[in-house]
Ligand binder design. Structure first.
Ligand code: NAG
Ligand code: NAG
Length: 368
């Protein structure tokens, strides 16, 4: 799935907007309930029938047996770098395997890699891919993740997405267990990050989430990923997320306060601005080496390097005699059959390396 250049984009956008407005008029005339935004002070959510709250009348279109099945589409933004690409290949291998293992009742729907380099790469046939345009040169001020919100905006406007919900995932996520649709009653579902602290940065955040909107605690301690959220809600949040990211990046105070997690704060603020609160799921994912057991979690996020001595002791901050760090593979993919960690290393890290090895052993043309 590709897309035209920017010359096509604006006429297309206008067409789509008109179509969407028409569609909204049609559905609002026979849909008594709004599309499921909670007011942040909502206390009545427990008495709302979740089936009626399904956006876009899904329960009427599908058969009775399927009325509770709320499919979500998994989307990963990536560049065409070697580094992002091998991670996406491994990620998609596990997505497919886990979805297949989940059986027909699973809520895991389709998958898209949103490639934000503006042109197709050689993995279009291996991984379902949507090509998005990068931000105009210079806009990201060297902070490439600002391409993420813009990529989501384009994908949501241009792609034909069948599912009513979106899981925003990342290339360094490995799905270990079938993920149910954790979003509920108009709430998103998100992983809480300990280092996202809206209360601590209240002064800066008030520029973007003014007092009259509500308490600063309306801003959840989350980033955009992993998050499962209604597609219609995300269509509203994403353009704001892009605007807020760019505005924060231009604001020296915000840029200094938030650093490399700026775009996470921007998502959290934008979600709050649109009245979308999130159910916080600590069990959404684990982050080795800090989390030592996979347990019943859904995703392994391998963002941290795993360094150990040969006795299996963590030597974090110091290159270990044994190590697995995604950053070691920024210009070539990891080879097949990585050496397993020494005895004593935690189960989460062992599982991670086994999973990478299984994927690279089975993906055709690995490392060629
Ligand atoms: C984004 O920012 C521009 C310029 O500040 C503004 O005109 C536009 O309405 C904003 N859009 C959204 C969705 O916030
Ligand atoms: C993987 O490497 C180990 C040694 O680390 C070796 O014993 C094993 O045979 C290799 N497996 C494959 C499939 O190449």
């Amino acid at each position: 799935m590709g897309c035209g250049g920017t010359t096509l984009f604006y006429p297309l956008l206008i067409t789509l907007s008109v179509a969407l407005i028409t569609y909204n008029i049609i559905i609002s005339s026979n849909t008594p309930l709004k599309q499921g935004f909670p007011s942040s002070s909502s206390s009545s959510s427990s008495i709302i029938d979740p089936v009626i709250e399904l956006p876009r009348g899904g329960s009427r279109i599908r058969g009775n047996n399927e009325r509770k099945r709320r499919l979500f589409h998994t989307a990963v933004t990536a560049s065409d770098s070697v580094y992002n690409t091998w991670q996406c290949r491994v990620m998609y291998y596990w997505f497919k395997k886990i979805r297949a293992s989940a059986g027909p009742g699973s809520e895991m729907g389709g998958f898209t890699r949103i490639l934000h380099n503006g042109k197709p790469d050689q993995y279009m046939d291996e991984i379902p891919t949507f090509v998005a345009q990068p931000l105009p040169p210079g806009t990201d001020q060297g902070y490439v993740v600002l391409n993420r919100p813009w990529a989501f905006v384009q994908w949501l406007q241009q792609a034909d997405i069948k599912e009513d919900y979106i899981l925003m995932s990342e290339p360094d996520h490995l799905i270990v267990k079938p993920i149910p649709n954790l979003a509920k009653d108009g709430y998103g579902a998100a992983f809480p990050f300990f280092y996202i602290e809206p209360k601590k940065y209240e002064k800066v955040l008030r520029k973007y989430y003014p007092e009259e909107r509500g308490p600063v605690t309306d801003i959840d301690p989350i980033g955009n990923s992993p998050v499962i959220v209604g597609k219609e809600a995300l269509k509203k949040i994403a353009p704001t997320w892009m605007n807020v990211s760019l505005a924060m990046k231009k604001d020296p105070e915000a840029d200094k306060a938030f650093g490399w997690v700026l775009e996470m704060y921007a998502y959290a603020v934008s979600s709050a601005l649109h009245g979308v609160s999130n159910i916080l799921h600590k069990d959404f994912m684990i982050q080795p080496p800090w989390d030592t057991e996979v347990g019943d979690k859904y995703i392994i996020h391998y963002t941290y390097g795993c360094d150990y001595d040969m006795k299996g002791k963590l030597t974090y901050g110091k290159v270990g005699e044994w190590r697995f760090d995604k950053r070691s593979y920024d210009s070539t993919p990891p080879p097949r059959n990585l050496t397993m960690p020494p005895p004593g290393v935690s189960q989460s890290v062992v599982t991670l390396v086994k999973m990478v090895n299984e994927a690279t052993a089975n993906i055709p043309n690995w490392g060629e």
